[in-house]
Each structure stands twice: as structure tokens, then as C-alpha cells.
Design a protein around this ligand. Structure first.
Ligand code: CA
Length: 226
């Protein structure tokens, strides 16, 4: 799937030019010409990068950025004719990820978009998530509905294995092997016991278990249905 970019730019020629260049690179592009439309669209659609001009009619780019940050962490590159250091700092302070001064070479814009995408990728590898359950594999923190879930080492490892293989049914043997190594020769029921512990810690709401039992096979954490 192509990455999706939103251009927020009131100069129509500039917007068209950027769209053409970005589409040529294989991005899907949408354009809006003012801040209000930008906020509406960001609220209703997901974008991989937003190119946000600062000098816009009505609500300016800085203010758009500040407001968007109250509900979205979409990557924002500020684009502006103002080269002032204070503007640059202000832009980043309002939550922009990067800053580009007009006129700029299209190659520089493309490089910055790629850099932002690489960073996002890294973060998404560190953070495993399904629904309201989030595991940060760097800090080893697990939260559900924003609340900390305290897990033992083995419970954590089991959950990580299931999250990393989201949508794939893992057999008891496979889980045992990865958690205890090949040498383990015990009963595979031990997995059932750990799953039970995990469920008791995770399933405090009424939506049912995040971990699904596949009878006679093993366990799976299913992808969320969108
Ligand atoms: Ca402008």
C-alpha cells in the first residue's frame, strides 16, 4: 500500500507541483487549501506524512499543528517561506517533526519524508499493539486501556510471542519451544496454565479474551477488524 501524504498549502500552483512530484514517487496525495479543512481531514483519515504550510488563510500552520497534536501524532513537516530561526523553533515546539524552508529542492523533501517513515517503522517495531493492549518491547511495559499490566517474565515472553505473530495460530509445542527451549520435555499443558494467568490479568473488560483458543491446535491473537 502506498504511503499517504496530505499537502496543506494555499498556493494552488505550489500544491499541484508538490502533488505531481510526490505522486511520481508513488505516494498517494491529497490537497487541502486551508487549516480548517486540514484538521477535518486529519481527524477522519490517516496519513503517513502531513506537509503543512505556515502562512495559510484563517488558521495558520502553527495553530493547525498545535490543534492537531491534541488528537493525532501524525508526522508533520512544516513548510514555509519564513526562514527565521524563531519560526523554526516555534514550529518544532508546536509539535512539528521537521521543518523545510521554501524554496527547497524536491529531493530534500523526499529525503525528509523517507527519514520520517524510517523513524516510524522503528517505533512500530518496538511497540506491539492490538486494540487497547500495548507492549513496549524496549521498556518492557505492557498497558491495557492505558493502565499498567504487571506480568511475570514468562507471561511477558508468551504475550510477546503471540503479539509478534499476530494473526498466526501458534501451537503449544511451538510456544513451549520458544519459551523454554528445545530441551524442555514437560507437559504442553503448562502453556495452558500460563495462558490462563495472562487472560486473568488482561481481560478485565467484557469484550472477551484478546487471546483466542484454537481448539486442538493452540493460541492466537487476532488482528483487529477495522
Ligand atoms: Ca501559503
Amino acid at each position: 500500500m502506498n504511503a499517504k501524504i496530505l499537502i496543506v498549502e494555499d498556493e494552488r500552483k505550489m500544491a499541484q507541483f508538490l502533488m505531481m512530484e510526490l505522486e511520481h514517487e508513488g505516494y498517494d496525495v491529497e490537497i487541502v487549501y486551508n487549516g480548517r479543512e486540514a484538521m477535518e481531514l486529519i481527524q477522519n483519515e490517516s496519513f503517513d506524512v502531513v506537509l503543512l504550510d505556515i502562512m495559510l488563510p484563517g488558521i495558520n500552520g502553527m495553530e493547525v499543528c498545535r490543534r492537531v497534536r491534541q488528537f493525532s501524532d501524525v508526522p508533520i513537516i512544516m513548510v514555509t517561506a519564513k526562514a527565521d530561526v524563531t519560526d523554526r523553533v516555534m514550529g518544532l515546539d508546536t509539535g512539528a517533526n521537521d521543518y523545510l524552508t521554501k524554496p527547497f529542492a524536491i529531493e530534500e523533501l523526499l529525503a525528509r519524508i523517507r527519514a520520517i517513515q524510517r523513524n516510524r517503522q522503528k517505533v512500530s517495531e518496538d511497540v506491539l499493539q492490538v486494540g487497547n493492549l500495548v507492549m513496549n518491547t524496549k521498556t518492557h511495559e505492557v498497558t491495557q486501556n492505558g493502565e499498567n499490566v504487571s506480568l511475570t517474565k514468562k507471561e511477558y515472553d508468551l504475550l510477546e510471542m503471540l503479539l509478534r505473530n499476530k494473526g498466526i495460530v501458534l501451537t503449544r509445542d511451538r510456544l513451549l519451544e520458544s519459551l523454554w527451549g528445545y530441551e524442555y520435555s514437560g507437559d504442553t499443558n503448562v502453556i495452558d496454565v500460563f495462558i490462563k494467568h495472562l487472560r486473568s490479568k488482561l481481560d478485565s473488560d467484557q469484550k472477551g479474551s484478546v487471546i483466542t483458543t484454537v481448539r486442538g491446535v493452540g493460541y492466537v491473537i487476532k488482528e483487529e477488524k477495522k
